[in-house]
Design a protein around this ligand. Structure first.
Ligand code: SF4
Ligand code: SF4
Length: 91
């Protein structure tokens, strides 16, 4: 049985979902993702656009794709990393 590289790496810090019906296929998010995790679909949505798709692994939750997207509700970014607070004191 083979082991995929993703299985041995740290858990993703983020996850992205794209609402295929809201996406206009402008490609801004594809060009903007610093990790090259987004691409345009080969199939068309209801309005005849090729919507963006997430590769499924590696998102850092930087949210750059969310901020460049001109369509409200097309992209949702989830932060998956648990944040540990250490009870830092002042003074
Ligand atoms: S949140 Fe950042 S890393 Fe994740 S898909 Fe969007 S641009 Fe790429
Ligand atoms: S920036 Fe928004 S509208 Fe443009 S391709 Fe990406 S998800 Fe679709």
């Amino acid at each position: 049985m083979s082991v995929h590289p993703e299985d041995t790496e740290k858990p993703d810090r983020g996850k992205v979902t794209i609402n295929q019906a809201e996406c206009k296929g402008c490609g801004l998010c594809v060009e903007t993702c610093p990790l090259d995790l987004l691409h345009l679909s080969t199939s068309l949505n209801h309005y005849g656009y090729r919507p963006a798709e997430y590769s499924g692994h590696g998102c850092s939750s930087c949210s750059l794709c969310f901020y460049v997207c001109p369509e409200p509700g097309a992209i949702t970014v989830y932060q998956l990393e648990a944040v540990a607070y250490t009870g830092r004191t002042h003074g």
